[in-house]
Design a protein around this ligand. Sequence first.
Ligand code: FAD
Length: 316
Amino acid sequence: MKKTDTIIIGAGPVGLFAVHQLGIKGLKSIVIDNLDKAGGQCIELYPDKPIYDIPAVPECTGKELTNKLLEQIKPFKTEFFLNERVEEVKQDRENWIVKTNNNNEFSAPNIIIAGGVGSFEPRKLAVKEAEKFEDKFLFYAVKDKDQFKNKNISIFGGGDSALDWALELSKFSKINLIHRRDEFRGAPHTLSEIKKLEKEGKILIKTPCQLESIGGKDKIDSITVKFDNGKTELINTDIVLSFFGLVMKLGPITEWGLNMNKKTIEVNSENFETNKKGIFAAGDICIYPGKLKLILSGFHEVALAAVECFKRARPN
Ligand code: FAD
């Protein structure tokens, strides 16, 4: 079990600034996020949108803000645990124990929940066979592209992730790109590359159609898709990749015994502590009279939470 001064749940802008506010007080922290990268909504929902309301920064994009926040906390050499969702929070005398879905355990006198609108999770395929093959032959993200070499891969989705992975994996595998509409939403350059590879027979495009079923016993050997005109087609497939975007799920946070108000956690606005001593909430996830869901407000909230965290971590 890893011990630290504060466990930060959520690597959105507020979780990142929490590292700074704790760090300048000499407190160590670790950050856990379900996403594969830091930045929360800024990076996942609007990386290229301009933000105009950060003090002293007339304009920056979601991605630029994230990069600046990461640069600002570099001196604190904080450990990040990405692709991990916090499942369990339990008390151990003066400390809190946090357990993730990867069975990692952390212990600290303080937790700052900067969980935003919940953890971002992939929208899953609706067919009943999907679960049985998940993480073995069916994936919602690519962590190691080498495991997809020399395969028949069926990729679902019409956005950037589906198109980018179709291009990348076509370098060493046969790709079926399947979308429920005829039009794809992607950068013009990517779309023209896809068309080129389609002509060369390296990518087969199937539209407008949807997944009907997945065939195979211990592993996937085919999928069946149904076109809008009612026709079906069996496609030889070893691997299914699905990129239908992300959904936000509040998830396990509701089970930690905290006072909730709809989908937010009630806090005391003097120090952003919840009804549990040593558990704080800041950013979009917290609620108090006058709360504004802005990055700026989250920064203020973690600054005050960090003061209280210091008192608990260094009682003498
Ligand atoms: P988030 O950014 O939501 O990050 C929370 C993180 O916690 C996520 O990465 C999530 O995966 C993680 N998480 C949650 N639960 C768990 C768990 N159990 N385990 C592990 N990880 C977990 N605000 C502004 O001030 N200015 C703007 O111009 C602006 N424009 C916006 C434009 C759009 C389109 C949107 C959607 C929002 C905008 N906002 C803007 C709002 C701003 O993005 C949010 O206020 C801000 O992102 C909140 O930050 P946060 O760190 O609290 O949460």
